[in-house]
Design a protein around this ligand. Structure first.
Ligand code: CMC
Length: 397
């Protein structure tokens, strides 16, 4: 049945609108579920590699299915020499700050599309092969990009990592050349589980809109990366940490726990500043993922002797907790997953501009699962708009 704009429902930002069906994920005030498995259950009992299989292939893997999947991913980790060369060429712009890692990652993924024999096919088989290649190669792009920024030789260029390491640990290794401790690897692995999927969030919806025109998976993922970059979406993990650094700079370590932080926050409220890492379009009583990551990150900070940004790791969490408390008391707004993520990655010494690319290394699974689902049962996504411009008028007056 066709519908005109005059009699259609309108909701700014599509808030509260059901824009499609999915069997990948469900979000409710009471829980977040990937294909029926609750997020606390997954964070506690699964690994990211298992969750990636679950999202892409649709069910919990058996031991042999998981071994096969991991082997497929490991084999696809190396990236073409031309992409490595592009990353090297992007070094000056990255160092100058005219390019940021999310932009460079987006271009790297676009290049992978040109070089992928399956690029133009939207068949289920081709889509699954491309999804696995993207999952495997995105950490390699991120790692090599960070090597270029740090001025070190490319880590494991031939293999795209260490075959003994799973997705999260290998990503850390590729970025730094150091194999992470089991504790660090597990915390990053859990963060990737938490980031993997979130139904019709802005970047996934972008991917589905692109896929809905029967365009290709690499194009859909490039669009999704651009959407995720924004600070109202995935870019909030970097923005949250930059905000905490700003508060720390302004109040000093001695100001933590004092009313100096309250005054800083009051100024932010008075100027109607949006505090990054807080609030959510769907969760109004708190993001289920945030406390899971906060607890793990705090444990890392508690045992850490490093001095991130010149302050003991735990001080950042104490500052973050005070900010959270004030937000809740004054605004009744809860932190979202990006807030503890910023704190946790900072404590672990991960460079801030790579936080959102790391999010991509996880969410690629959710995006690809949705592209597969969209192509399997496609209908062009084409809403209406409410016209608020000039009334009808004549060109000749
Ligand atoms: N700081 C200050 N005030 C806020 C915030 C915030 N972070 N979030 C919401 N509010 C206020 C907002 O100003 C509004 O107040 P008022 O009614 O007086 O105008 C009220 O709360 C309702 O907010 P809203 O903007 O209508 O909520 P929304 O559903 O449109 O926005 C959001 C959701 C995530 C865009 C928003 O909360 C925000 O901008 N947060 C900061 C960015 C952020 O952390 N994004 C990550 C989102 S979750 C994970 C992810 O996608 O990566």
């Amino acid at each position: 049945m066709s519908q005109s704009a005059a009699d259609a429902a309108f909701s700014k930002g599509l808030e509260g609108i059901i824009a499609g069906e999915t069997s990948v994920c469900s979000i409710e005030q009471g829980g977040l579920f990937y294909r029926g498995y609750e997020i606390h259950d997954l964070a506690q009992n699964a690994t990211f590699d298992e969750v990636a299989f679950l999202l892409l292939e649709g069910h919990k893997p058996s031991a042999s299915e998981l071994a096969r999947f991991k082997g497929e991913i490991r084999a696809e980790r190396p990236i073409p020499a031309s992409v490595t060369q592009f990353l090297k060429d992007a070094g000056p712009a990255l160092k100058a700050g005219t390019a940021v890692p999310m932009d460079v990652l987006r271009t790297g993924v676009s290049m992978l599309g040109h070089l992928d024999a399956d690029c133009q096919s939207v068949s289920a088989d081709a889509n699954m092969r491309k999804a696995k290649r993207l999952l495997a190669k995105i950490p390699t792009i991120i790692g090599q990009m960070q090597n270029v920024i740090d001025g070190r030789p490319i880590v494991a260029q031939e293999t795209g990592g260490d075959p003994s390491l799973d997705h999260a640990a290998n990503l850390m290794y590729l970025m730094s050349g150091q194999k992470p401790s089991p504790d660090y690897a597990r915390v990053v692995d859990v963060s990737l589980i938490l980031y993997a999927e979130h139904d019709f969030n802005a970047s996934t919806f972008t991917a589905r809109v692109i896929a809905g025109t029967l365009s290709d998976m690499h194009g859909a993922v490039c669009g999704a990366i651009a959407a995720l970059k924004g600070p109202l979406h995935g870019g909030a993990n970097e923005a949250a940490m930059e905000m905490l650094k700003e508060i720390m700079h302004d109040v000093g370590e001695a100001g933590i726990g004092t009313d100096k932080v309250d005054s800083w926050m009051q100024r932010a409220f008075d100027t109607k500043r949006k505090l990054m890492g807080f609030g959510h379009r769907v969760y109004k009583n708190g993001d289920h993922r945030a406390p899971i990551l906060h607890k793990l990150g705090r444990a890392i900070a508690q045992n850490d002797t490093k001095n991130p940004g010149g302050h003991p790791a735990l001080q950042w969490f104490k500052l973050g907790e005070q900010v959270q408390k004030i937000m809740l008391e004054k605004k009744n707004i809860h932190p979202n997953v990006d807030f503890p993520c910023g704190l946790t990655y900072y404590t672990m010494g991960i460079p801030v501009p790579q936080y959102t690319p790391i999010f991509v290394a996880s969410r690629i699974t959710g995006w690809c699962a949705h592209v597969l689902e969209q192509h399997a049962n496609n209908r062009l996504i084409r809403p209406l708009s409410k016209y608020v411009g000039e009334p009808t008028r004549s060109w000749n007056g």
